[in-house]
Ligand binder design. Sequence first.
Ligand code: DHB
Ligand code: FE
Length: 284
Amino acid sequence: MARITASVYTSHVPAIGAALDAGKTQEPYWQVVFKGYDFSKQWLKERKPDVVFLVYNDHANAFSLEMIPTFAIGTAAEFNIADEGWGPRPVPKVVGQPELASHIAQSVIQQDFDLTIVNRMDVDHGLTVPLSLMCGQPQAWPCPVIPFAVNVVQYPVPSGRRCLNLGKAIRKAVESYDEDLNVQIWGTGGMSHQLQGPRAGLINREFDNAFLDRLIADPEGQAAVPHIDYVREAGSEGIELVMWLIARGAMADLAGGSPPKVAHRFYHVPASNTAVGHLILENP
Ligand code: DHB
Ligand code: FE
């Protein structure tokens, strides 16, 4: 059967992608950011997954305000890189895994979550920047990716509780797939940041680090935090963090197994307007 071996969490700051694409990774400002991912790149090479289930948010690139799915699963064979206004990032196209994605859609919808099935979708920095941070600049991404887009852009957004429970349903779905596959689930976005209004530039290190602590040790408690607390404490875009609870919900301890091992933890301020957070949790 397929199994979820690990979860990876990371911010998706678009300027990180731009720094990579423009060859600026050795500049002192960026060097410290990329250093936080040296371990992770080696770790990913050594534990190459067969598939990454990548939870992220679209930023009005694939979807507009005309159609706003709360949860959308990418079932296509491939996904092109979105043009976010200055041309698509020069990164490989994303190869999907339609068979597993369709199976997960079937299972999760039958577990009473309403997913939108997406057979054509361009993927933006929300998905490509985490891939770049974890994989560097390869000719092709190391494995197929199932994009899973969550609405955290237009209110109402899903609650932390719903996200954690969705992760549990995704775990069941993966484990009911017949083929022996090593699947990783990634939760991306965040950490604290606000891009507009009088509080633009808001960063909250205390909130971010408490979130990391609780995500690791008390995910059920963190899931009870209402979305307004994220907005108040972590800024209007800090709400992206609820997506991390989807990945956390898919870990073994929430289905009666042992707690995950913290393989890596990194936190840095600033990167563009955003606090960068990163975690790797391994299932025992
Ligand atoms: C920034 C951060 C984001 O998460 C995003 O989607 C866009 C911009 C920023 O820090 O500038
Ligand atoms: Fe974002």
